[in-house]
Design a protein around this ligand. Structure first.
Ligand SMILES: [Zn+2]
Length: 330
């Protein structure tokens, strides 16, 4: 944690300013690696561990911590950052581009291993403050500690420990894993200044109807309860099958699009050049989590109903939803 992060952080309980108790702090170059943060409002104390401030208010629901812990297994196992993540990220958030982050203060709700944190920081954000609930935040910190504008914290998106001052906030691939995705979106948007932009990408129900029907029962009853190491091995079998199908039938055309007559044409075509372990990670990702909602347009559209302008909701490749809007509190 850099001291500069305190410009953006706030007490998750009362929103008060946080200060570092200097005499207890241990620093390594520009980072506070261990220490105590004290709230000027309610005097609550929060620790900094291994470079990451832990800003949790009491009473975070167990299911969220469990979900985060399940993904942490993935982020620590498949922990490197890869070149194609950038293309994928900008596909998900289009029409927002890298230039839109230039000079902006950005809040990220749910950062996993920090793959998008690093991209946004690399595109010249003034600061990106990235939140995750679990151990994966330490992986994200390791990936981004040399980026002077990246700040990683542990906290709950429903009680975000940041000030409501950000130019932009985004959440990619996270809200559908919360017990209440709509509340997660409201909370994300609440940290954006008036006139700032909020954006998200979530799983769609449309185009994925078979997953809630056939996969969710297996996921909730069996796979989300298996030890992660065992599940990773079991996932090899469907992953090899899927990888072979993608290699054989989903070669993208000259326009980069996939075969129109096959399911997930554009999605799988985009994965055609991925190495096997990325396909494996995607299969594992689908089966590991206790909570995954596949959201219908009629569920997502109301998120933007009031308090926003310049709203955009679009289907991303026919299987997911990308939304963005400017916050309008007048
Ligand atoms: Zn406080």
């Amino acid at each position: 944690m850099r001291l500069e992060a305190l410009n953006y952080l706030a007490c998750p309980s009362c929103g008060g300013e946080l200060g570092l108790r200097l005499e207890a702090a241990r620093q390594e170059k520009e980072h506070v690696m261990a220490g105590i943060l004290v709230c000027a409002g309610c005097h609550a104390e929060f620790s900094v561990r291994d470079g990451v401030p832990i800003l949790m208010s009491a009473g975070v629901e167990n299911v969220k911590i469990e979900t985060a812990a399940r993904f942490a297994e993935e982020w620590t196992r498949w922990s490197d950052l890869r070149g194609y993540y950038e293309q994928e990220f900008f596909d998900w958030i289009a029409p927002v581009t890298g230039d839109d982050f230039q000079g902006q203060t950005v809040f990220e709700g749910g950062c996993g291993k920090g793959r998008h944190t690093a991209i946004v920081a690399g595109h010249g954000a003034k600061a990106v403050v990235s939140l995750d609930l679990g151990e994966s935040a330490f992986v994200a910190f390791a990936h981004t500690r040399d980026l002077p504008n990246a700040h990683v914290v542990i906290g709950d998106l429903l009680h975000p420990p940041v000030k409501p001052i950000f130019d932009m906030a985004f959440s990619v691939g996270v809200l559908h894993h919360l017990p209440d995705p709509a509340a997660g979106f409201r909370s994300l948007a609440s940290r954006v200044r008036n006139g700032g932009r909020v954006l998200f990408w979530v799983y769609g129900y449309e185009g994925n109807e078979w997953i809630p029907r056939f996969i969710n029962p297996i996921r909730t009853a069996v796979t989300s309860k298996l030890p992660a190491g065992l599940l990773r091995v079991l996932c090899l079998v469907p992953s090899v099958f899927l990888w072979a199908v993608i290699k054989l039938f989903y070669r993208p055309g000259a326009d980069g699009k996939g075969p129109k007559h096959l399911p997930y044409g554009d999605y799988f075509a985009a994965m055609h050049s991925y190495p096997f372990d990325e396909v494996h990670a995607n299969v594992f990702d689908q089966l590991v989590t206790p909570v995954a909602y596949y959201l219908k347009e009629e569920e997502v559209r109301p998120w933007l109903a009031s308090g926003f302008k310049d709203k955009l909701l679009r289907s991303q490749r026919g299987y997911s939803w990308t939304g963005s809007a400017n916050v309008d509190r007048h």
